[in-house]
Write a protein that binds this ligand. Structure first.
Ligand code: MF3
Ligand code: CO
Ligand code: CO
Length: 279
């Protein structure tokens, strides 16, 4: 579709008829399920819970706790709110949350690992509340961080912020990755290629894929009602990774630190709304 044609459609999108048409089109062209008012309210509630879970975890992060302890906190709060944890049994994932320490990029499995002073740990939660999914993660310091830890956490947080800022009408998926990659590489860090952001809301992982690298002006045009995650995984060293024998844990090949922040966002008529708002 030409951009001109799309713009015309977008103009119409505020009318119910126009939005219905756009919905059909994004479904048939890209398998993207655009969200409307009630869906967004539902995803937002899941998002609030997700952020609350992260807050509860953050309060308890300290040297000496295990990643299993984090799993227990997530399970407790999730149950209290009559929600479910999307990771549990997802393609065989054995726990309710991903806990990724230091050189672990993502999908770390909670276990007996004891967090120690100076570690960084990413905690990635996805509650399902009333059938709606919200996916968010943060990287925490355990005790006081060293210079490397401080740097990679700062850069990955800023990468997410810049990625989110690239979400607006007239931009495309590639603009998000471009903004992220540019910052990461300018800081001497690297962007993981093997894992990407994704549509979410009705299901854990929906189309489209949202790479954290890319070219300006490339990819699917952003339109109101799209809900997807941005979740850059940024390495202090090289981008290359391997997956451990547990078939989940992804670690940097060079052993360098990796950090990640993730938010679920909504494309609006006027720009972007974060559905998992944290600072
Ligand atoms: N929460 C991760 C994401 O951001 C996915 C984890 S899949 C799991 O997409 F099975 F490891 F939980
Ligand atoms: Co995600
Ligand atoms: Co996630």
């Amino acid at each position: 579709m030409s951009y001109k044609k799309l713009k015309k459609k977008l103009k119409k999108a505020h009318s119910l008829h126009g939005f219905e048409e756009l919905k059909l089109q994004y479904d048939s062209l890209y398998k993207i399920k655009l969200k409307q008012k009630d869906d967004i309210i539902g995803i937002k509630k899941a998002g609030e819970l997700a952020v609350y879970i992260l807050t509860c975890v953050e309060e308890r992060i300290a040297p000496g706790i295990t990643t299993n302890d984090i799993n227990s906190i997530v399970e407790e709060i999730t149950a209290q709110h009559h929600a479910r944890s999307a990771p549990l049994n997802y393609h065989g994932f054995p726990k309710s949350v991903c806990t990724s320490v230091n050189e672990v990029i993502c999908h770390g499995i909670p276990g007996d690992t004891v967090l120690k002073e100076g570690d960084i740990v990413n905690v990635d939660v996805t509650p399902i509340l009333n059938g709606y999914y919200a996916d968010t993660s943060k990287t925490f310091f355990v005790g006081s961080p060293g210079n490397d830890a401080r740097k990679i956490v700062k850069v990955s947080r800023e990468c997410l912020r810049r990625g989110v800022s690239a979400v607006k009408l007239g931009n495309r998926i590639g603009d998000i990755g471009y903004a992220i990659q540019r910052h990461a590489e300018a800081q001497g860090c690297s962007v993981v290629r093997e894992y990407v952001g994704h549509g979410t809301g009705f299901d854990f992982h929906e189309p489209p894929q949202v790479p954290h690298y890319g070219k300006r002006g490339e990819g699917i045009p952003l339109v109101p009602g799209m809900v997807f995650t941005i979740e850059p995984m940024i390495n202090l060293g090289k981008p290359h990774l391997h997956v451990l024998a547990d078939r989940w844990t992804a670690v940097t090949d060079d052993g360098s630190l990796s950090a990640q922040f993730e938010q679920t966002v909504l494309v609006t008529e006027t720009g972007v709304e974060i559905l998992t708002p944290f600072d």
